[in-house]
Design a binder for this molecule. Structure first.
Ligand SMILES: [Ca+2]
Length: 413
């Protein structure tokens, strides 16, 4: 017996195409009920999951515009694994994914996997590894593979080898989410039309013995090819206490066939201990503007904005100890070069922003430019905006429609 209850047919919702259709509401209490129900659905539906753990569930061929949601927001449904493939127009909202690696599973094992699918929204979710303050025994919390139009909004990631890995996908927004206690934050390979906006990163902890070069946000080739049309904006990377890079974009293959094109890196804040605060390598066409990079206490190397082996790079209105063009034409404009080890007489951090890295941890607000400073005169540096990091559980749902409309314009059919 499916045991589902059809509670109402009169709920209206806006669909991906903007049309309004009736949505049936069902309630399920087990993985068996859930999978059986989804096999029968042919019309838009909201499936409310009763509290409990649903174990490992694999869904395939879900195309009826389905939303999965916890029936009780105060007692959220949890999955050990949730894998979705060959599906379209699926929203998962207010549900937790708790990945605990088995004895024979490695760090690439995914808690949630979405592949060969389109129009997927993951909102107000919690993704976690084993909760022992140790990311070295955890896997990949969320993997998107070959997805057209995906929204990840107001999601919390904690305890991970990598929080998120997006591959071979087009049209992706990752917004107002949060990563902590992870060896890597967000990784992307072979993607087009991507927005990474208003996320917060803390405690990105590389395993230095394993050779990690941890990043909050990384774009690379890996086993794929190039990426293009990417905006990375309004992110707070508060990495004062770990040897972690901020934004790292690299065509490490060096092959023109894998070109990285048209990246905008705008209004991000980074505090950390290493040189690669914001680094682009092998990029054709980049705007790097309005970012603030501060050296954390105990820095190994003062952070820099770096463009290497790149062309058509505009770097302007940033604040950082270093602005570097290496084998790349261009020069930093209207920017503040903070006092650094080669120029200790330059503007001090405390003269340009309100916060003090010496009393870290900083918040996004600590990057506020001081009125009357050189940075203020130049219009340089990070400006705090709303919705950085995870907000109240319903915040994602409230902002979802506007971001889906933006996603549709970023990646039309
Ligand atoms: Ca752990």
């Amino acid at each position: 017996m499916i045991g589902c209850v059809l509670r109402a047919l009169a709920v209206l919702c806006a669909t991906w195409t903007g049309a309004v259709q009736a949505t049936a509401i069902f309630t399920v209490s087990s993985a068996a009920e859930l999978t059986a129900l989804l096999r029968t659905l042919t019309q838009p539906a909201e499936v409310q999951l009763s509290p409990g753990n649903y174990g490992e569930v694999r869904l395939t061929g879900v195309t009826a515009r389905v939303t999965l949601r916890s029936a009780n927001p105060a007692a959220r449904a949890t999955f050990d694994r949730l894998w979705i493939s060959d599906s379209a127009a699926v929203t998962v909202s207010g549900i937790d994914i708790a990945l605990r690696l088995g004895a024979n599973e490695g760090v690439t094992t995914a808690g949630m996997l979405v592949r060969n699918s389109r129009d997927i929204s993951l909102v107000d979710m919690g993704f976690s590894g084993s909760p022992d303050d140790n990311p070295n025994n955890d896997g990949l919390l969320l993997r998107l593979l070959n997805v057209t139009r995906a929204l990840v909004l107001n999601c919390r990631f904690a305890e991970a080898r990598a929080a998120l890995f997006v591959e071979r996908s087009r049209g992706v927004i990752v917004a107002s989410s949060e990563v902590s206690i992870a060896r890597e934050g967000f990784n992307f390979s072979t993607v087009q039309s991507v927005l990474v906006d208003r996320n917060r990163f803390t405690a990105i902890r590389p395993n230095l013995d394993a050779g990690d070069h941890a990043d909050a946000i990384q774009f690379f080739v890996g086993a794929g090819s190039g990426s293009s049309g990417v905006t990375i904006s309004n992110n707070a990377m508060l990495l004062h206490d770990t040897v972690s890079q901020g934004i790292f974009v690299r065509n490490e293959s060096g092959l023109a066939a894998n070109a990285f094109r048209n990246f905008a890196i705008l209004n991000n804040a980074y505090v950390g201990q290493v040189r690669n605060g914001v680094t682009v390598i092998g990029l054709e066409g980049g705007l790097i503007a309005g970012n603030t990079l501060l050296a954390a206490p105990g820095w190994v190397l003062e952070p820099a904005l770096t463009a290497r082996d790149s062309i058509d790079i505009v770097m302007e209105r940033n604040i950082a100890p270093w602005h570097l063009f290496i084998n790349t034409p261009g020069a930093a404009a209207n920017s503040v070069t903070l006092a650094n080890r080669s120029n200790p007489g330059g503007p001090g951090v405390n003269s340009q922003v309100t916060g003090d890295p010496a009393v870290a941890p900083l918040t996004a607000g600590d990057f506020t430019v001081r009125p009357g400073s050189l940075a203020a005169t130049l219009g340089a540096g990070f400006v705090e905006v709303g919705f950085i990091g995870v907000g109240a559980a319903e915040q994602g749902s409230a902002r979802m429609a506007a971001l889906l409309a933006q996603l549709a314009t970023m990646a039309p059919d």
